[in-house]
Design a protein around this ligand. Structure first.
Ligand SMILES: [Zn+2]
Length: 438
């Protein structure tokens, strides 16, 4: 077994670490499957491609080494497998090249699903040269981040048709201009598995096309160039109206990841979870979270009397009467998603605990105050659809400690409103203008 080594991770001045590709945006699939790497067993270059396999989250190549005869599967370098191709033998599934995520050893992959999910093909325009963007994943944020890649391929490969493989619950976010969608009836919790049904569907489609490449599906695309309105149909907050509109702040109130006031509170919440009492006693903690949010609202309102507030989240509404527009609901559908997006787009600031549920709020709002748990420091900023390339990024995105008190959040919010004009003038207007946001 070879762990990461120079042999398998060739460094190229133009490409950085990872596979050597003629075009860094595309992984060749048809007519010739990508094989620009060395045999994972003996090191001989260019193992012979046998076939491609679309099992769901991962897309594999099957290869046969002409030198040592080893036959193996290897992750094609797309999605969250770009730098970390797992390789294992076809028959015994013996791992040849280990990586950070040896997914084939996970119990969900032990037995292929049967019958597996249904996939529906929707054609918007015919193309015989296509690029396939696979957004399937078991994590909400991963699907969304991979989907953000669509804009790059739509804008830079106009002579190719973009085909997006997408879970049905994300279909509403597919931007206009794609050639096809292959819509998979699959919940996030069902994605992590070996799905022969998805492969059967894809293999039925692929012979239609003369040329097929895979989109990379980068996990953390540069968001400053992404036009979110092409995905949601909702225009984001226009920064040039930041000062001329009354301050509006939207609170994203998750009930499964909470804002705690103290370490003890967090420990108690974990303890009641371990004891299976979260459904009953957990309510006290969501009540506490709501109380802290109300406290922030009152403090902001004292400093900025014309400020208004919205609260969203997957939870029963109630408790914010007279203080905030309460858009929380237990019914999640496209109508609710759009209603929330429109609230974010009206917001100078969105406030919430770190998590992928902050991606759409930050894509639409001007600014953010994030309550960042200490065990998420390694994931810093991954849940922010960063809209700015210049210093406004620092001004408009604030991160506070997971046990921050309402006063700290309120002080940041008031500063982001009050100090915007001078800060923007000093840092954006009165400079050389090379990196202007607006
Ligand atoms: Zn070999």
């Amino acid at each position: 077994m070879n762990r990461t080594s120079e042999r398998t991770w060739r460094i190229d001045a133009d490409h950085g670490p990872g596979p050597v590709l003629v075009n860094r945006d595309l992984v060749p699939l048809r007519p010739a499957l990508f094989n620009n790497f060395n045999c994972e067993h003996c090191g001989a270059p260019g193992p012979a491609p046998v076939r491609d396999v679309f099992i769901g989250i991962q897309i594999l190549g099957e290869y046969a080494c002409g030198s040592c005869g080893t036959r193996f599967f290897r992750d094609l370098p797309v999605g969250f497998q770009v730098d970390l191709p797992l390789a294992f033998t076809t028959e015994e599934r013996r791992i040849l090249h280990w990586n950070a995520e040896p997914w084939i050893t996970y119990p969900e992959y032990a037995v292929p699903t049967d019958p597996g999910p249904r996939t529906e093909r929707k054609v918007y325009r015919e193309h015989d040269r296509i690029i396939v963007l696979n957004t399937l994943d078991h994590l909400y944020g991963h699907v969304l981040l991979k989907l953000y890649n669509a804009q790059h391929y739509l804008d830079h490969y106009k002579d190719r048709g973009l085909v997006v493989i997408v879970p049905r619950m994300f279909e509403w976010l597919v931007p206009k201009g794609v050639a096809e969608t292959w819509v998979v009836d699959q919940k996030l919790s069902q994605a992590r598995a070996w799905h022969p049904a998805i492969d059967r569907f894809v293999q039925e489609q692929l012979p239609r096309y003369k040329e097929v490449d895979l989109a990379r599906g980068w996990g953390h695309p540069n968001m400053a160039g992404v036009d979110i309105s092409r995905f949601t149909g909702v225009e984001p907050f226009p920064l040039d109206q930041y000062v001329s509109t009354a301050p509006h702040i939207t609170f994203v109130a998750r009930t499964d990841r909470l804002w705690f006031r103290t370490t003890l509170g967090k420990l108690c919440y974990r303890a009641i979870g371990a004891l299976g009492l979260r459904n009953s006693l957990g309510r006290w903690f969501t009540y506490r979270q709501s109380a802290m949010m109300r406290s922030v609202m009152r403090r902001v309102k004292r400093a900025l009397p014309d400020a208004s507030f919205t609260v969203v989240g997957l939870a029963p509404s109630g408790g914010f009467e007279g203080l905030a527009e309460d858009l929380r609901t237990m019914r999640m559908d496209t109508g609710t998603e759009l209603q929330w997006c429109r609230a974010y787009a009206r917001s100078h600031i969105v406030v919430g605990v770190h998590g992928s549920n902050m991606l759409l709020p930050t894509a639409h709002a001007a600014g953010l105050i994030e309550i960042l748990p200490r065990d998420r420091f390694g994931n810093f900023g991954q849940d922010v659809s960063i809209r700015y390339r210049d210093r406004m990024q620092l001004f408009l995105y604030r991160f506070v400690d997971e046990f921050a008190d309402p006063g700290t959040v309120a002080r940041n919010a008031v500063s982001m409103i009050r100090h915007f004009t001078v800060y923007h003038r000093n840092n954006i207007t009165n400079t050389f203008g090379l990196h202007r946001t607006s």
